[in-house]
Design a protein around this ligand. Structure first.
Ligand SMILES: Nc1nc2c(c(=O)[nH]1)N[C@H]1C(S)=C(S)[C@@H](COP(=O)(O)O)O[C@H]1N2
Ligand SMILES: [Mo]
Length: 312
């Protein structure tokens, strides 16, 4: 799998997107889709408002993006409940403005930034990534964001910083899930500093040409495409640089099942089920899971010499 240097053919030209959208807007196009005559797959039905002018790159080898209704209707966001439909039903309550993110810990310049300020740090890019949930399903999502490292650079991490901890919001008044004890709130995740600074690690503000829907982690979230979905923490309020490996909410909940690394790996089973295959949401048949979710050419070097069965 090659994604670091895209050939021109891998880049979806803006005209193609525009044509797809035009097609779907016309009654003929919409009618055909409704009748099932054409695959509803290229659901770039909404005009690209938020990411207008964004550079676009397909990091999913031309695989068809998962229809928007699944991306926004089948979610894991335990703060709103553990059922897949809960976030779509309840996350509209989340208060996303004003929104502050604290950059803290082992950095030269700790700072509190508003989400709008962070958004201004770099131009948005559209990146189509695979996302695979540890439960065995996956999606292909056109995200809008920029590399997390743009933000991390801003605070000048100290030499002693080896890890980064990501903390999600807790809003008891809007999040029914945080009253229960499914996880030790807030939702916390972590990456090694070099993983966090890797150019594929995305800070996302939108998807499908729209501002990030609340159920997907508005106003800003992490997207780490080579790791199981749970590493991509939603609705971030703090990014903390640490010397020691952070303990994530999932490691606390079930240390035997969820390790710190959580790289997508078909050869390392979850203690209760195989990780060898996955079901792409919207498809029926299972497909084999790829090592590092298909991003090995870019990220395998981060783990050279490590026993991936031990560091799962
Ligand atoms: N704060 C928070 N972030 C979270 C989760 C969560 O429950 N709370 N679920 C994770 C899991 S398990 C997955 S698979 C992805 C799902 O992202 P999506 O709903 O946008 O597809 O979000 C991750 N980020
Ligand atoms: Mo997940």
């Amino acid at each position: 799998m090659k994604t670091s240097t895209p050939s021109p053919a891998e880049i979806t030209p803006p005209e193609v997107y525009a044509r797809r959208r035009e097609f779907l807007k016309t009654s003929i196009g919409a009618g055909l889709v409704a009748a099932g005559a054409v695959s509803p797959a290229p659901t770039f039905a909404a005009p690209l408002k938020f990411g207008a002018g964004a550079s676009r790159r397909d990091y999913a080898s031309g695989e068809t993006p998962t229809p928007l209704q699944h991306v926004t209707g089948y979610n894991n966001f335990y703060e709103f409940g553990t059922a897949k439909e809960d976030p779509a039903r309840l996350a509209h309550r989340l208060k996303t403005a004003p929104w502050q993110v604290s950059l803290e810990g082992l950095v030269k310049k700790p700072v509190m930034l508003g989400s709008e300020e962070i958004l201004q740090l770099a131009p948005l890019e559209e990146r189509i990534y695979r996302l695979r949930c540890v439960e065995g399903w996956s999606m292909v999502i056109p995200w809008l964001g920029f590399p997390l490292d743009v933000l991390l650079k801003r605070v000048e991490p100290l030499g002693s910083a080896k890890y980064v901890e990501f903390v999600s919001a807790v809003q008891p008044e809007t999040m029914p899930g945080v009253k229960g004890r499914v996880l030790d709130w807030p939702y916390v995740e972590g990456l090694r500093l070099d993983e966090a600074r890797h150019p594929l690690t995305l800070l996302a503000f939108g998807l499908y040409g729209e501002v990030l829907p609340k159920q997907n982690g508005a106003p800003l979230r992490l997207v780490v495409p080579w790791k199981y979905g749970f590493k991509s923490a939603k609705s971030l309020v703090a990014i903390r640089f640490t010397e020691h490996e952070p303990r994530s909410a999932w490691m606390k909940a079930a240390p035997r099942e969820y390790g710190f690394y959580s790289n997508v790996n078909p050869a390392v089973d979850h203690p209760r089920w195989s990780q060898a295959s996955e079901r792409r949401i919207g498809e029926f048949r299972k497909r084999p899971t790829l090592l590092f979710n298909g991003y090995g050419a870019e990220v395998a070097r981060l783990y050279s010499g490590m026993d991936l069965a031990k560091h799962f």
